[in-house]
Structures are given as C-alpha cells and as structure tokens.
Design a protein around this ligand. Structure first.
Ligand code: ADP
Ligand code: ASP
Ligand code: MG
Length: 405
C-alpha cells in the first residue's frame, strides 16, 4: 500500500466525460489499496475567462478580489470529481484550500505556501476516503483567499505530497511526459523517461510550462518522487529524479522557449562606477525582475549602452521608472517586445565544451541574429526575434541530436 497524490490539469477535467475518465484512474489507485489524495485544476479555459472578467471590470483591480474570482474554477471541479467518485461507490469528499488549510503568505496571485494542515487529510485517507482538493488556492493570515500563480495546482500537489510524506506525486496532463522540447512546436521531440530535478527546474523556469517552476523547486528540496503522465493514455510517463539515478547523461536534454520577454536598451548612459547599481536597485525597488543583461561601452569609453530583459508585463512600468529617475542620465530608451528567449539545457554541459559554439553556429546558419546571451552551469539562453521561434527551436533540436528517429 502506498500513499499517493494525483493531480489533474485543466484539459484532463475539461468536461464531465473527462472527469469520469479521471475518476476511473483514481478508482484504480484506490482499488489497489492505496491512500489517495487528488488535486484538480479548473476546467480548461475557465481560469483564463475569470482573469479576463476581472481585467475587464477593473483594470487596476484589488489583488485580493482577483484571487477570490480566479480561484473559483477549482471549486467546481473538486465538487464534480467528488460526486463522480461517490456515484461509482468510492467514498470521497472535496476540500477547498481554506478548509485543508493551505496557509500562504499575503502575496496575492503569487502566494507562497507557509504551512499545510495535514491531520484531517491523513486521517481521512487512512479511513479509506479519497480526498479531492481544489488546487491553486490557499488562505492568508488575514483570512483572505490567495492563489499560487498560474499553473499553481502543480505546486499544491507537490506541497501536499511533501507534507504527508507521499510515496508518489503523479501529475496527469495532456502530454504523456516531459519531452526534449514542447511537442506542440517540435514534432520530432522525444519523450524523456527520466529528467533530473535541476534540468526540470531550468526547463520550467525557461518556459516549458508542463510543470510550474515552484513545484519543481519544492520537489527537489523535499525529494518528492514526481511523475508526469497523460490522463488520456496508459503509457509510462517521465520521472523527475536525482542526477545519480541517470546513468547516461545527455549533454543537452532539452530546449525551451519563453515568449513573455521584453528587451530594453538604455542608450548613452554615462560610464562611471555605480551607474549599473543605481539603475538595477531602482528597478528592484519597483519589484521588477531583470533577467539577461549586456553592456557595451562606446569607443571613447565615456558612455555605455545597457541592454537587459524583463517580462513583457513589466515593460511599461520599467520604462516609466527609468524616465522618471532624475539621477540617471541617458540619451534614449529603446524597447522591443518581439523577442523570444531560447534556451538549451543539460547537466552534461558541466563537463562538455562546445555547446555554446554549436548553438551560435546553428542560429547563424539559419540567418538568425542573437540579441542577448546569458549562461549558467547547465544552460545557455539567447534572445532572438520571436518571428524565428519555431525555426530556431527545431534547428537546435536537430543540431544537438535530440530528434526522434
Ligand atoms: P495542465 O493543464 O495539465 O497543467 P499545461 O498546459 O500546464 O497542462 O502543461 C502541459 C503543456 O506543456 C503541454 O500541452 C505542452 O504543450 C507544454 N510543454 C511545453 N514544453 C514541454 C515539454 N518540454 N514537454 C512536455 N510538454 C511541454
Ligand atoms: N487553474 C489555474 C490556472 O489555469 C491553476 C492550474 O491549472 O494549475 O493557472
Ligand atoms: Mg499546468
């Protein structure tokens, strides 16, 4: 007998028929004698609709009310799945975030889990009840509903799995595992049997939305055995594992892309010590996350151009902070939102040279200009014109020998 947490994403619970298929999967685990907890997302498209309504009615909305609205989709699916299970003769009941409770901080729309009440859930699972829970939501110390950021049901599931010491956390979605690249744009993408926590963390944070980044960080910290698999087929999925569980390490395991980037160049900044620190401290004060950075001195060294990226939603705020800063002198500000960040990721990069050279050569051969570069131990990212997203990802996929036969 095992204790397992199952998570079903939006497409897996998109309508009543699919909820019945989900219930069959849950039944199978319960019938096998396992203790089962289930997290569900809202039906596909529901959360997007809720977000649109909030933005339409109140563009500068109160973040607390935003969470009240956008958390609502999960309540429906949790209740419907509990009902479906009951009708199949399986004892089940639903819980909302505040009932469990999932206690979070007060950062609405991107709240962090601080504590999970596990006593009742564990007791009910031991009694043989399937605990069906609304993902993505929690409650803050001041008794308000919070949400964990888009895709947050992954994090709900992994967090509970860690808190109740589950043997497995199975993330059911609309693809049958983690692929070498997004199978929606790379037809030749291959499913990985295993991927390391570190690589998955990079893949997720660099754009592969198959798992929410925070859920991977949590799984890594608490050694939760996470498996990504399809709710529509019975194929084995992808296990997220420790590096030492992978015998043959690939140099490059995957390629990710993120379209929500924006590039800013501050042209003609006075080149003196402390100027970069002034600029980036100012942006940090404005809660703006800066990602890639490059700096180019002019020939005489008296001025410099500073180029960096932020997420596209932060672009307007960033330019208004810079324009409003009296102590930062520059000639002009250039912005570009037609950019995409393409990243190649692999733990094998630590011990192999030439990965960057292959990337640059491949892009050059396709006539694609690189605007910014950034690297870490296990990834290389470049910023290019978004028009070339598919072309670049596919060419790199082939160049690193990742294409399926
Ligand atoms: P869910 O609603 O189940 O949470 P998501 O839409 O959040 O599902 O995540 C699954 C999607 O992630 C897939 O449909 C796929 O297009 C996308 N994806 C992006 N990169 C990858 C990758 N490397 N491997 C698998 N899926 C990926
Ligand atoms: N329903 C939420 C979203 O669409 C949470 C989730 O699906 O994980 O972002
Ligand atoms: Mg998701």
């Amino acid at each position: 007998m095992s204790r397992i947490v199952m998570k079903f994403g939006g497409t897996s619970v998109a309508d009543l028929e699919r909820i019945k298929i989900v219930a069959q999967r849950v039944k199978k685990e319960a019938d096998a004698g396992n203790q089962v907890s289930v997290f569900v997302s809202a039906m596909a498209g529901t959360t997007d609709q809720l977000v649109r309504w909030v933005e339409e009615i109140s563009p500068l909305h109160d973040a607390r009310e935003y969470d009240t609205v956008v958390s609502a989709g999960e309540q429906i699916t949790a209740g419907l799945l509990a009902l479906t299970l009951q009708d199949m003769g399986i004892p089940a009941r639903s819980w909302l975030g505040w009932q469990i409770p999932f206690k979070t901080n007060q950062v609405h729309s991107a709240a962090r889990i601080e504590e999970i009440g596990t006593d009742e859930i564990i007791k009910r699972m031991e009694e043989g009840i399937v605990c069906v829970m609304a993902g993505f939501q929690g409650i803050s110390a001041d008794n308000r509903i919070t949400t964990l950021g888009r895709g947050g049901t992954d994090t709900s599931a992994v967090a509970l799995a860690a808190a109740i010491n589950a043997d497995r956390c199975d993330i059911y979605t609309d693809v049958d595992g983690v692929y070498t690249s997004d199978p929606r744009i790379v037809k030749q993408a291959r499913k990985l049997d295993k991927i390391t926590y570190e690589e998955m963390l990079e893949m997720a944070s660099l754009g592969a939305k198959v798992l929410q980044t925070r859920s991977v960080a949590m799984a890594m910290n608490h050694k939760v055995r996470v498996q990504v698999l399809s709710s529509f087929t019975d194929k084995p999925g992808t296990m997220v594992v420790d590096e030492d569980e992978i015998v043959e390490k690939q140099v490059v395991s995957g390629i990710a892309y993120a379209k929500n980037e924006a590039q800013i160049t501050i042209v003609g900044v006075v080149n003196e010590p402390g100027i970069a620190s002034n600029i980036f401290l100012l942006l940090a004060d404005g809660n703006i996350n800066v990602d890639m950075i490059i700096q180019n001195e002019t020939e005489d060294g008296r001025k410099t151009d500073l180029t960096f990226t932020v997420t596209d939603v932060d672009l307007d705020k960033t330019t208004s902070i810079l324009k409003g800063a009296n102590d930062i002198q520059f000639d002009s500000l250039l912005t570009d939102i037609n950019v995409v960040k393409i990243s190649v990721i692999g733990v094998g990069m630590r011990s192999h040279a030439g990965v960057a050279a292959t990337m640059f050569k491949t892009l050059a051969e396709k006539g694609i200009n690189i605007q910014v570069i950034s690297t870490s131990e296990i990834k290389i990212s470049v910023l290019i014109n978004s028009e070339y997203t598919e072309l670049a990802v596919r060419a790199l996929h082939t160049a690193y020998g990742l294409d399926a036969e």
